[in-house]
Design a protein around this ligand. Structure first.
Ligand code: WTA
Length: 673
């Protein structure tokens, strides 16, 4: 058997087990292909065997401490690696460290001084490279700017910018002086921005005149003005010039300052402040759209070793790599794997400003070709869009520089995994499917590409030192291949410490449902090899006649059909069965909706999973409603299917998509009547 070849191929539909009555989230989709690491890859990788897993099992706190000492530069050694008073964790108690120092100064003082730290591609096609030396100078200058504006250690700074290098510079400048930053995604409305500024009582807001998105300028400063007017805590607004003459920008005298004016006057010397290991590094609001925003708080020393070590081992990051995480820095993925993880390792981090289909649907692959990207980290949602667009787009570009592929954000269906493997990795590149959350700060369930045999659709196993388990309603571990709730059984260094200003809600959200354990809100099953298969958020389940089925599995079955590119499955109320299954399906280009195809798809799912999972209706649609953090908004599809007024659509990439689905759904329903 040659490495990288599937060991066994199974027909996922064959022999699907029958459903036990009333069981928990059920998980029936079978996937039998396995991909062991190629020996050439294993031999060169940071982790090529089980040693770190065994090491960490002996004493997980000592494991983290050993790496924190070896990998990071501390101003003062800690007295105690972990203080754990459930659910309150303190890592490296008494230690002093600075994240900005670790990400910038120590590399600027080494041979990496002239190495590319950030390689940036603007949407219109302009580009910039910042070496570690450049980054060192810019970060110190902006840290001095913040100080001059009155920002002191502990003050909060809101960053409302597009994907420009200055966003990373501003984050590192905040970290340098101990001012927790809060990045608000540039696609959020002024109301969302206002709520976040109010919650954290920020003193300074950093924004830009306009951000490029699909060839147009999004007027961020105008949105920021509307928000800041309602936020009494804000004293100063710094405005980066990106649009220039293309967009006029009002500047409030005394309050607003241009980035370039302030930087011109600022000194380029600002030593990094030694900070307590538990000093707040940043607040990041979770994607929730209702009620008071939840500000996840991450701190300094523990977070840094978590993202540092996971970047190094999961992405097998080497000095010669060009590492590209395609997420927006407005999400945790960008915080941990564009900025802090890669830079702490002295890596080269690639950053792209705009949309994947601008000016054409091969933009991502053009970027891979242009820079010779070696490791790419993206989302299943993006891959499914690429599947819809067709293989001609990646086929046009030279992807031979790639050596490792990653995904995050949603369960990846085995079909999308295989598509990635074949059309992007050309069968050569291992895939790391990484499970984690804003709250976890770092990747927690993942393959290590030189050590783990992968299975398409499985995030595989906990990172060394991490404890994870699947439990039932009562918190008891469930047997292999039985669905349940995913919980974490031990503290880990990059874990959230609390919600900003709301410790009770922190306890209630994560630590109450299963006492002593962290509740992730996700469903999962473990297979006979101990591999984790994430079935999605537990509130995303369909309950058909007492059987709780995972939406993700129905969707995976649909996407495995040759005509289907994307799918969303939801449960709508049904007088007979409790819930009926509605499937929303996007066809691959070149396929036409038909009554025959609709029937075929229903039978296909019944065959792949179980007759119980057969969709009651299949609706063909041109697109699906997705959030800007690349998740399908099933809640809105439920609203459509149940004829309700649509809920909040402000976090959608394109709210028109769901409106159109709604109108066509209603029209088709009438025809059928
Ligand atoms: C989902 C993103 C399956 C999951 C880093 C989690 C995943 C939520 C995966 C967190 C994966 C993320 N497989 N599901 N590999 N990665 N998820 O906070 O439901 O934006 O709880 O963090 O995304 O989303 P968040």
């Amino acid at each position: 058997m040659t490495p990288e070849q599937p060991r066994a191929t199974s027909n996922p539909g064959a022999g699907a087990p029958t459903l036990p009555e009333g069981a928990l989230v059920q998980s029936l989709l079978k996937e039998g292909r396995t991909f062991p690491p190629a020996s050439a890859f294993r031999e060169r990788s940071w982790v090529g065997d089980r040693t770190p897993y065994e090491d960490a099992e002996r004493d997980y706190a000592a494991f983290w401490a050993r790496h924190a000492e070896a990998e990071l530069s501390w101003f003062r050694a800690w007295d105690k690696a972990l203080e754990w008073h459930l659910p309150w964790a303190k890592w490296f108690v008494g230690g002093q460290i600075n994240v900005s120092y670790n990400c910038v100064d120590r590399h600027a003082a080494s041979w990496r001084r002239t190495k590319a730290a950030i390689v940036w591609e603007g949407e219109p096609g302009d580009d910039r490279v910042l070496t570690y030396q450049d980054l060192h100078r810019e970060v110190q200058r902006f840290a001095n700017v913040l100080k001059e504006l009155g920002v002191q250690k502990g003050d909060r700074v809101t960053l409302y910018l597009g994907m420009v290098p200055e966003l990373a510079i501003a984050m590192l400048a905040c970290a340098r002086i101990g001012a927790p930053h809060s990045v608000v995604f540039g696609g959020f409305s002024s109301d969302a921005l206002r709520d976040r500024i109010l919650d954290q009582e920020a003193k300074v807001v950093v924004t830009q005149d306009g951000a490029w998105r699909r060839g147009t300028l999004v007027p961020l400063k105008r949105f920021a003005d509307q928000a800041v007017e309602q936020c009494p805590s804000v004293e100063k607004v710094v405005v980066l010039r990106r649009a220039g003459d293309a967009l006029h920008c009002e500047m409030a005298p005394g309050r607003d300052h241009w980035w370039h004016d302030l930087m011109e006057r600022a000194s380029a010397v600002c030593p990094a402040e030694p900070l307590d290991s538990e000093h707040p590094l940043y607040i990041l609001y979770t994607s929730g759209t209702t009620g008071k925003p939840k500000g996840v708080l991450h701190t300094t020393g523990g977070y840094l070793i978590g993202v540092h070590l996971s970047t190094k081992w999961v992405f097998d990051l080497k000095d010669e790599d060009y590492f590209w995480c395609t997420a927006d820095i407005g999400w945790v993925t960008g915080h941990s794997y564009i900025v802090y993880g890669p830079l702490s390792n002295g890596g080269t981090s690639v950053m792209y400003e705009g949309a994947p289909d601008w000016p054409d649907k091969d933009r991502f692959w053009a970027i891979v070709e242009k820079y010779g990207i070696s490791v790419i980290y993206t989302s299943p949602t993006l891959l499914r869009s690429c599947m819809k667009w067709g293989t001609q787009y990646p086929a046009r570009r030279d992807l031979s520089s790639l050596r490792l592929l990653g995904t995050v954000g949603e369960p990846i269906n085995p079909e999308a995994w295989m598509w990635y493997h074949e059309n992007i990795g050309h069968g050569r590149c291992p895939i790391v499917d990484t499970w984690w959350q804003t709250e976890t700060g770092m990747i927690l369930i993942t393959p290590l590409p030189g050590a783990t045999t992968t299975k398409p659709g499985s995030a595989t196993e906990p990172f060394p030192g991490v404890g994870a388990e699947v439990v039932d309603e009562q918190g008891r571990p469930v047997p292999a291949n039985t669905g349940g709730y995913l919980v974490l059984t031990r503290p880990w260094p990059a874990m959230l410490r609390t919600f900003w200003g709301d410790p009770e809600r922190y306890v209630e959200t994560y630590w109450t449902r299963f006492p002593g354990r962290y509740f992730t809100g996700d469903g999962a099953r473990c297979d006979e090899d101990g591999y984790f298969w994430i079935t999605g958020r537990v509130d995303d389940v369909v309950n058909v006649a007492g059987h709780r089925l995972s939406n993700i599995e129905i969707e995976s079955a649909l996407v495995a059909h040759p005509a289907v590119a994307e799918a969303a499955a939801i449960g709508r109320s049904d007088a007979m069965k409790g819930q009926a299954i509605s499937a929303f399906v996007v066809l691959k280009i070149g396929n036409e909706p038909s009554e025959q195809l609709r029937e075929d798809l229903r039978d296909w799912v019944a065959d792949k999973i179980s007759p119980i999972a057969r969709p009651d209706d299949v609706f063909f649609s041109a697109d699906l409603p997705k959030t800007r953090s690349a998740k399908i908004m099933r809640r809105l599809l439920r609203d459509v299917a149940e004829g309700r007024v649509l809920g909040d659509t402000t976090t959608l990439t394109d709210p028109a998509v769901v409106e159109e689905i709604k109108q066509r759904y209603v029209a088709e329903g009438k025809e059928e009547d």
